[in-house]
Design a protein around this ligand. Sequence first.
Ligand SMILES: C[S@@+](CC[C@H](N)C(=O)[O-])C[C@H]1O[C@@H](n2cnc3c(N)ncnc32)[C@H](O)[C@@H]1O
Length: 445
Amino acid sequence: MKNVREVALEGLITIEKNQAYSNLLLNNYLESGKLNKKDAGLFTEIVYGTIQRSITLEYVLAPYIQKQKKLQDWVKNLLKMTMYQMIYLDKVPARAAIYEAVEIAKKRGHKGVASVVNGVLRSIQRNGVPDLTLIEDDAERISVVTSHPKWLVEKWMEQYGVESTEKMCEINLVPPSQTARVNTCKSSVNEVLEMLNSEGFSVQKGTLAQESIVSEKGNMAFSNAYKNGYITIQDESSMLVAKALGVEKGDNIYDCCAAPGGKSTHIAEELDGTGMVTSTDLHEHKVRLIKEQATRLGISNLQAQSLDSRRATSIFKEEQFDKVLVDAPCSGLGVIRRKPDLKYTKTLKDIIQLASIQLAILNEVAPLVKKGGTLVYSTCTIDKEENGEVVQSFLKENKDFEIDINMKDLLPKSVGPYINDGMLQLLPHHFGTDGFFIVRLKRQV
Ligand SMILES: C[S@@+](CC[C@H](N)C(=O)[O-])C[C@H]1O[C@@H](n2cnc3c(N)ncnc32)[C@H](O)[C@@H]1O
């Protein structure tokens, strides 16, 4: 079996070629036997960390490789992941990281490559990292220090100002705590806290959503509480979506972009065995995930099928549903902490394309909402083009809908300034949640 750093290098190369998503790689490697369970922690730290800090690492590396003829991609990745260990991982001594890198270079390349790797890394070790906070231009500094593409930093600076952008980019480097939602049909938050504590987890109540639990230690996806359907792994911001719908017993609710079922199952739990949730997703294989989750949680008031929701009116009747949720496909720029490669792969073109899909979905499902009913639109992104601007375009074309400005009940009383004109935009640094957007629209009677 290869050693953990060789596997980490392989992982980085695979992600760079867009052949895998960073958040799925670890499980793939564990399942295929490429990686030992005991190495999973270091592997994750190296792979995630190197991707998270890629722009910073390249900036520091650039002067040392200027004179090299074009370095092969794997050599550059090897240098970056070793620098990551030297600069950011206290527990790995620099000389050990350099030694391992040179051995990998010998094995994958030849002596010449190994000597370049050795020379570059030793020079960086000798000279240290320059003070990047001295970069004068705001966008350039935030981009280099926090490793976000400059175009994205500039865009966010325009939308949120320098201070908020800087804070958001900084927190994007910090892995989030894991949160879970308690299945309140089966148990109470206090009982589940006890269950998890007795399993050896270190857990406490969350701050934003009533049914949330935060884990300080241990992955709750491996708990008996999870296996037996007492919890669902979900970010606290996502838990607010079902709340925004204002679920009432007996409601007939349509969730049109539903996989893997996090919000559909939450809605079903809120219905407490009454009413019905109809869940659709574009991809058949993802619909299976919704059904698996419903079974695990013991939910029976949910039906799921594959459907392009831009064709929803061909299947469902006008005014068929009391409430409709559009948890739209989006650029995901609010979840960079979980999926660090997103910040490098998403482009402005993607954002524009997504905004037009989001609007098309909203326009299609709007007639399915009963008069006097509710339509909730949410995304896990922070870009105004995909959020407020989509909503405004929708409202222009659908005069019978209006924003419900009474969303304040959604957050605990002490927090208020995150809802503007009835639209909630959580940024990752506000409460340490994902960046999330939620708006509740009402259809006139
Ligand atoms: C943000 S995710 C939904 C997450 C889900 N609501 C949850 O809480 O687990 C967006 C989903 O929309 C689906 N999707 C994308 N385009 C779609 C379309 N035209 N019709 C239906 N589903 C679509 C994607 O497959 C993806 O599963």
